[in-house]
Design a protein around this ligand. Structure first.
Ligand SMILES: [Zn+2]
Length: 410
């Protein structure tokens, strides 16, 4: 540009080389021009102005670019707007299809000795849900799931049964170290339902499919594992079976509670203590008989083992997630009443009445009612009968701690 400017010349005035009268020269319009020796200044000033303008423009643009991050993350990754709540009578995706967890597809109809694996007692009921076992001390021992018998074995007696996801859902947890739990190698899936997320659990597996990783989606009937007999307390190969559970997640703060107790091994929120099952056979039968499933409706059919009044300042995490199970007015921040199945799974919740609060007094919990027929041999010992009536049992305080955490119980 400088070179161009330097080479620029005003055209020579006409007759400039003529030595004529300078006044006439002025009349032709050249009188305002500087003397020829300063003429170069104008193109130079023009060029400098252009350069300065360009520099200012570049600096301004660069400042703007710097001010905005190169990848405008906040603008691109926008949290999706929550979908508008659609009132629909259509079943949730979870229940579009429900399958048996192994190829034993007749567990609702077949004789129980054919379907369920006993604990070595010869009584197939010990492979079913409930207090149907006896511990070494002679007390009733609760079994939280179904032990579905092996159907096919190789010539060494190892089980060949595939294990299937019973419904659409996503993988919450896969524990691949057999000695880390009395579940052995196990998988926890979560399934959407109108009530909230329902878990299913598959235990004592020999192999877990590599794709079964937390967050992965599974379809109903998808092979997730191979049946086995893994456990921290040995199960002989001839009693290999699938331990299957279905139920509710008690507290999403369980991990903090568990770590606070310095307990091991750490399965996060997917430890068995935080997963409270219902009778899987009843749940599968409910879905089969009605041709569809609604877990909230199913829970209404679940027998109530006991009713408990609990003093608490906050609504437990459980009823925040499974809000459909809360009945009546919002929690009043003083005390609430829950109905519970024989395994400690809350079935409903509501504010305590004035009379119930009086009965509670300064206690953390008070048993308002108990059904001995449902509690049966009381393998869970959450409540126990004393001379003065039903009280929170030996396992009851720990169960309450988990349910109410982070509120302190004692
Ligand atoms: Zn079992």
């Amino acid at each position: 540009m400088i070179a161009v400017a330097a080479s620029f010349r005003y055209p020579s005035p006409p007759f400039a080389n003529m030595s004529v009268n300078p006044t006439a020269y002025d009349v032709r319009g050249y009188a305002h021009r500087p003397p020829p020796r300063w003429r170069w200044i104008f193109p130079v000033i023009g060029a400098v102005a252009v350069v300065v303008a360009l520099v200012i423009l570049v600096v301004h643009v660069r400042r703007r670019v710097k001010a905005e991050p190169k990848t405008p993350v906040a603008q691109v990754v926008v949290a999706p707007k929550p979908a508008p709540h659609v009132v629909s009578n259509a079943p949730p995706v979870f229940w579009r299809k429900l399958v048996c967890p192994t190829d034993r597809t007749n567990i609702l109809d077949a004789p129980i000795a054919e379907s369920f694996q006993d604990t070595g007692t010869g009584d197939p009921r010990s492979g079913m849900f409930g207090t149907l076992r006896t511990s070494e001390s002679g007390l009733g021992q609760f079994h939280e799931g179904l032990d579905i018998k092996c159907l096919k074995r190789d010539r060494h007696g190892n089980p060949l049964d595939k294990v299937y996801a019973v419904a659409e859902g996503r993988v919450a947890y896969a524990s691949r170290i057999g000695g880390n739990s009395n579940y052995g190698k196990y998988i926890v899936l979560l399934h959407p339902d109108r009530v909230g997320e329902i878990y299913t659990l598959y235990a004592h597996l020999s192999e877990i499919e590599p794709a079964v990783q937390p967050g992965a989606f599974v379809t109903a009937g998808e092979t997730i594992a191979l049946m086995g007999h893994t456990s921290s307390s040995p199960i002989p190969v001839e009693r290999a079976h699938l331990h299957f559970e279905i139920g509710l997640v008690i507290n999403t703060h369980f991990t903090e509670w568990y770590r606070g107790k310095r307990q091991t091994p750490d399965h996060g929120n997917w430890h068995g203590w935080n997963l409270l099952g219902v009778n899987p056979l009843d749940a599968l039968r409910f879905a089969h008989d009605r041709g569809k499933m609604d877990f909230g409706e199913f829970l209404k059919t679940t027998p109530v083992a006991f009713t408990l009044a609990i003093r608490a300042a906050q609504l437990p995490d459980f009823f925040r997630r499974y809000s459909v199970l809360w009945q009546g007015a919002p929690f009043d921040g003083a005390a609430f009443v829950i109905t519970v199945n024989e395994n400690g799974t809350p079935l409903s919740g509501r504010n305590a009445t004035h009379e119930e609060k009086l009965k509670l007094g300064k206690q953390v919990a008070a048993v308002l009612a108990a059904n001995p027929d449902v509690i049966g041999r009381n393998g869970r010992r959450l409540v126990q009968q004393t001379k003065s009536g039903w009280k929170t049992g030996s396992n009851g305080m720990e169960w309450l701690e988990i349910l109410l955490y982070p509120q302190r119980v004692r």
